[in-house]
Design a protein around this ligand. Structure first.
Ligand SMILES: Cc1cc2nc3c(=O)[nH]c(=O)nc-3n(C[C@H](O)[C@H](O)[C@H](O)COP(=O)(O)O)c2cc1C
Length: 137
């Protein structure tokens, strides 16, 4: 499968999580490109079978959490994603609130089907990500 991972990272945590996810996908035999929201090549994104979008959680820690502006702007500029699968993920410290829901809703608004949502308290893609990656065919 051709996979692209696009992330927004301020201090490197989400970038590290994205790279580690990419390695896990490649270990499963997939092709994966990892790019930041500023480097993202839209042609690569629209060619991918699975689009993963990651943000760090921004907010007041216990309330008003949301994805970064850069993440949402990246999703906004995408064209029609009908027929494409998507994954959303975020890194955080305390609580994510509706961060993943906001990202998923924006991607669904473009026609994508969100097949996975993951949150990591740090740079390690723990949670259910490894079994998700192993289940992709
Ligand atoms: C301005 C600011 C606001 C943040 N707000 C939240 C928050 O509301 N909830 C939370 O769990 N973490 C919050 N964090 C922590 C970051 O989401 C977390 O450290 C993240 O892993 C940073 O990712 P990065 O290293 O890729 O930038 C905040 C960090 C900053 C700098």
């Amino acid at each position: 499968m051709n996979i692209v991972i696009i992330y927004d990272s301020s201090t490197g945590t989400t970038a590290k999580a994205a790279e580690a996810m990419g390695k896990t996908f490649e270990d499963q035999g997939h092709t994966c490109r990892v790019q930041s929201v500023v480097q993202a090549d839209l042609a690569d994104v629209l060619e991918a079978d699975l689009i993963c979008v990651g943000s760090w959680v921004k907010g007041l820690f216990i309330i008003r959490q949301h994805p970064t502006e850069g993440t949402m702007q990246f999703i906004e500029q995408l064209g029609d994603l009908s027929g494409k699968n998507a994954v959303v993920f975020c890194t955080y410290k305390l609580a994510i609130g509706s961060t993943l829901r906001q990202m998923a809703k924006a991607l669904e608004g473009k026609g994508a089907k969100v097949v996975g949502q993951f949150k990591y308290r740090g740079p390690e893609p723990n949670n259910k990500f490894p079994s998700f990656a192993a289940s992709l065919t």
